[in-house]
Design a protein around this ligand. Structure first.
Ligand SMILES: [Zn+2]
Length: 251
């Protein structure tokens, strides 16, 4: 299986998972770039990490191109939040594509119906985990979001993170402002260089998030100390996370 990154809208990414002339698309915010990227591949299914328009907006036009299953969370199916959705899945469920099986993780917080797909060494967390950051907490609680990020950070550190937006440089600038650890400073310089070449920053190992992303490092002393300066109890993971997320919302 290989992965094609499909830039959409301003800073969104959809992804084509490709094997033997067939493809699954993850989070098609618009149809035209996805159809162009398909380039003769047969679309087998549409997988959605959550219901936001900038992740599902392309579904009606893709279904007009070819009627395929649309997989999202059980919550979003029950609430009718994704046009054309045919299947609802949650934690512990699996979804097949070709010879591969995706594991589904339920990760509420950004939205209550957010899920991640894990397949063939890749993790598709939508807007819950970004390279260097995390999504805003729109529907869930801060504790829920931290719990979801705890689920993701416990996965295989070799997984490559294919997230929903190109927010990496801003995220790492925020991380550097909290605690200019050498790994963070170095990664920010690396990612700036990647962007200067016009390339996406996504598809990098989860291990790099564990070393540089403050939103999965609530128990790392430099990050907890930064949260303490923001008024949080550094020994309380939920308080640390909430302080960081609120600071990023204002940043
Ligand atoms: Zn979103």
């Amino acid at each position: 299986m290989n992965v094609r990154t499909v830039p959409c809208l301003t800073d969104n990414y959809a992804y084509l998972l490709v094997q033997d002339g067939h493809a699954v698309v993850v989070d098609p915010s618009e149809a035209a770039p996805v159809l162009a990227a398909l380039d003769g591949l047969v679309l087998d299914a549409i997988w959605c990490t959550h219901h936001h328009w900038d992740h599902v907006g392309g579904i009606p036009a893709l279904l007009a191109h070819r009627a395929v299953p649309v997989v999202g969370s059980r919550y979003d199916l029950e609430h009718g939040r994704i046009d054309g959705q045919t299947a609802g899945v949650g934690a512990g469920d699996t979804v097949r594509f070709g010879s591969h099986v995706a594991r589904v993780h339920t990760i509420p917080g950004h939205t209550l119906g957010a899920i991640a797909f894990e397949i063939d060494g890749g993790l598709y967390p939508g807007d819950t985990l970004f390279v260097g950051g995390c999504g805003r907490v729109f529907e869930g609680t801060m504790a829920q979001m931290r719990g979801s990020l705890a689920t993701l950070r416990a996965l295989d550190p070799a997984l490559r993170v294919w997230c929903g937006h190109e927010y990496t440089v801003k995220n790492l600038e925020f991380a550097e402002s909290l605690a200019p650890e050498p790994e963070v400073v170095e990664r920010l310089a690396d990612m700036r260089a990647v962007r200067a070449r016009g390339e996406p920053t996504v598809g990098r190992p989860l291990a790099a998030e564990l070393a540089t992303n403050p939103f999965v490092r609530w128990d790392a002393p430099p990050v907890a100390a930064a949260a303490a300066r923001l008024g949080a109890d550094p020994a309380d993971p939920d308080a640390v996370f909430a302080a960081l997320r609120e600071a990023k919302d204002r940043w």
